[in-house]
Write a protein that binds this ligand. Structure first.
Ligand code: CA
Length: 240
């Protein structure tokens, strides 16, 4: 399966550092976004460890990545972030989200996920969220206490209920096998994109900018024009 792809990570307009990490291995059909959190410089350490472990583990697993291989690599990344956090006082308590997309040689797609970074599929002008946010506000939406739009702008929107490197809550590894066909565009992103922009705004940009590099740049610009409150990371992968 041939791919057209683009990825960008941007500090945004408010944060002092960029704690997101982006992995792009198009030759292996592997992409990942991680959004780190922690004091001092620990957030960027956590997100970097996570994508590095995914890269190494899934290289060893070969080209046909099963859902089990992806889930196993995510658990290994969790263990690596935990170990690093215990080894150095400055890194204690760091954590990260992780969203992974693997496109097999036959075009089958698998998505692995922990936290509130997202994967979407854009097909025929419609944007569909594949992952479900592991957040307090999403639980409120599921219980009918908040609308998705209220959740997006809620003061507790960033409160994550599962993350790599955090052992206070159980690690909730989700693997999805979304239907995929030529022409589909997969979007991985951190909440620095989906906080400032509604899904319909993201879909409008993807409609106007079919080329992934053009779309990635425009998405980051739009999040910054909406205030750029957080680090912004996008990976766009179009199946050809
Ligand atoms: Ca973030």
């Amino acid at each position: 399966m041939a791919l057209d792809f683009a990825g960008l990570t941007d500090q945004g307009r408010v944060r002092a550092r960029n704690e997101d990490a982006l992995l792009q291995r198009p030759e292996r059909g592997l992409f990942a976004v991680a959004d780190g959190m922690g004091g001092h410089a620990a957030g960027d350490v956590a997100s970097r460890i996570a994508v590095d472990v995914i890269d190494e583990r899934l290289l060893a697993a070969g080209p046909e990545l099963s859902g089990d291989a992806i889930a196993g690599a995510i658990r290994a990344a969790h263990d690596a972030v935990l170990r690093a956090g215990r080894a150095e006082a400055e890194l204690a308590g760091m954590g990260t989200t992780l969203t992974v997309l693997a496109v097999a040689p036959d075009g089958a797609c698998r998505v692995g996920h922990v936290g509130d970074s997202r994967a979407y599929r854009f097909r025929d002008g419609a944007l569909e969220q594949i992952t479900r946010d592991q957040t307090w506000v999403q639980a409120q939406v599921d219980a009918g206490r908040l609308t998705p739009e209220q959740a997006r702008v809620h003061p507790f929107a960033a409160m994550i209920t599962s993350a790599l490197g955090i052992d206070a809550s159980p690690l909730d590894v989700q693997v999805h096998e979304p239907d995929a066909r030529p022409g589909d565009v997969f979007l991985l992103c951190s909440d620095g994109l989906t906080g400032p922009l509604r899904d319909d705004e993201i879909a409008a940009i993807l409609t106007r900018h079919p080329a992934p590099d053009d779309a990635a740049r425009t998405l980051v610009e739009a999040a910054n024009e909406a205030g750029g409150p957080d680090n912004i990371t996008v990976a766009l992968v179009r199946l050809e």
